[in-house]
Design a protein around this ligand. Structure first.
Ligand SMILES: [Cu+2]
Length: 161
């Protein structure tokens, strides 16, 4: 029995490494918020290059006290945010975190966050493997602002207070 357990553990371990190596985080960005903001939002695209689904169970942000996987839903004209216990990226597919949908809610920045900063995050996968990545802080005005790039709004739209 002990031997069976050992073999299972080894299989799980190699599975973890493989999953961590197959998941890529692209276009990760954090929306710049007013200095008084208690929360920030992180957006990104997760790409699964493998032939099996990869499940993300948690996320950690070095510069924040807490980070949660969230989704914004619309019910009868009302907007709700719901915490997700996990997200699954299908085999060979990508999963988008974008304004108005999935996002990572970041609570209580340990220090001021400014456009241009690079922040450090770690995705935790089912089984415990971790995928570190960085996200740039970007200043964007409206929700979405798909065309907005870093530097596009450096002409007086500062939110000082
Ligand atoms: Cu949220």
């Amino acid at each position: 029995m002990k031997r069976v357990v050992t073999v299972l553990c080894l299989a799980l371990l190699s599975g973890e490494v493989w999953a961590a190596q197959s998941l890529r985080v692209v276009n990760a960005w954090v929306r710049e918020a007013p200095p008084s903001a208690k929360v920030h939002a992180l957006y990104m695209t997760l790409e699964n290059a493998s032939a099996q689904p990869i499940v993300v169970t948690d996320i950690k942000g070095k510069e924040f006290e807490r980070a949660e996987l969230h989704i914004t839903e619309h019910h009868a004209g009302m907007m709700h945010m719901k915490r997700l216990s996990e997200v699954s990226v299908a085999a060979g597919a990508s999963l988008e975190f974008a304004p108005g949908g999935r996002h990572v809610m970041l609570f209580n920045a340990r220090q001021a966050v400014h456009a241009g900063d690079q922040l450090n995050f770690t995705l935790v996968l089912l089984g415990g493997a971790e995928v570190p990545f960085t996200a740039a802080v970007v200043k964007k005005d409206a929700a979405g602002g798909a065309a907005a790039k870093q530097g596009d709004h450096d002409h007086g739209h500062h939110h000082e207070h």
